[in-house]
Design a protein around this ligand. Structure first.
Ligand SMILES: Cc1cc2nc3c(=O)[nH]c(=O)nc-3n(C[C@H](O)[C@H](O)[C@H](O)COP(=O)(O)O)c2cc1C
Length: 237
């Protein structure tokens, strides 16, 4: 699926290619000349691109996303949310980030359940001992493993962990708040969530991520510990 902005950029690119060919045909390069004069079509299209970027891209959540290193450093678990809704474009970006994760042999064993229904969010909250914030979030994404997609035994948990971290980072980069609420491997939690959502047997609820506009602020924590890093051999010399 392409975002509307991507469709418009593609249209403009097609127009530009056509204009460039026309210009080349009409204006062959004179002997000895290194460059043609600036193509008037190109100038017009450049300015159109400029306009497109400065107007439409402002409403595109991707343009507001922060740099990945900044996101990694400043992400925190956010457990309070404002009443403001989270739009589908942002949710789709979070899901795209999830599915961009690495996985063993590229098996991609993940599937996702998007939940906005208030009653369902409340039932999930009630079924999990540490998920009080889920009932207050405008939306939550249940991250699941589909065991029929697993090709490399026992790696699915790592695959889903990579996807989940990508989701947290993407949400944070978009200015949203979220928290990783673990389900698998706690059997009771898996059973309770499975029952609330009537999940088929091959689907394992792995984690749930409530997502909302942050209702709390948390400073970044610098957890770097040089003592945990060894060089060339184990132990500090
Ligand atoms: C596997 C896993 C399970 C977690 N489960 C919960 C949970 O059930 N409820 C919760 O509020 N936070 C949960 N967390 C979030 C951690 O408490 C949080 O990441 C940790 O305290 C570090 O804080 P930070 O995320 O703000 O850096 C979980 C995190 C991970 C990685």
């Amino acid at each position: 699926m392409l975002y509307p902005i991507e469709l418009r950029v593609r249209e403009r690119e097609a127009e530009f290619k056509h204009a460039k060919n026309q210009y080349r045909n009409q204006c062959p390069l004179s002997p000895g000349a290194e460059r043609r004069p600036r193509n008037p079509h190109q100038l017009a299209l450049d300015s159109l691109f400029g306009e497109l970027h400065s107007t439409e891209l402002e409403s595109d959540p991707r343009t507001q996303a922060m740099d990945v290193f900044e996101a990694v450093k400043s992400r925190r678990s956010i457990r309070a949310y404002s009443a403001k809704n989270v739009n589908n474009e942002s949710i789709e970006m979070v899901l795209r980030a999830a599915m961009a994760a690495p996985s063993a042999g590229n098996e991609q064993p993940w599937e996702f359940l998007l939940i906005r229904n208030r009653e369902t969010l409340e039932r999930i909250s009630a079924a999990h001992p540490y998920a009080e914030m889920v009932r207050h979030a405008p939306v939550a994404i249940l991250v699941c493993g589909n065991l029929t997609r697993v090709r490399h035994q026992d790696y699915w948990v790592q695959d889903l962990s990579a996807a989940t971290e990508n989701m947290l980072l993407a949400a944070h980069a978009l200015g949203l708040g979220s928290v990783w609420v673990g389900i698998h491997p706690r059997e009771k939690r898996v059973a309770e969530i499975r029952s609330v959502l009537s999940l088929p047997e091959e689907i394992i609820p792995f984690a749930i991520l409530p997502i909302g506009h942050p209702g709390e602020e948390k400073p970044p924590e610098d957890r770097y510990d040089a003592q945990r890093v060894y060089r060339e051999q184990w132990g500090h010399q």
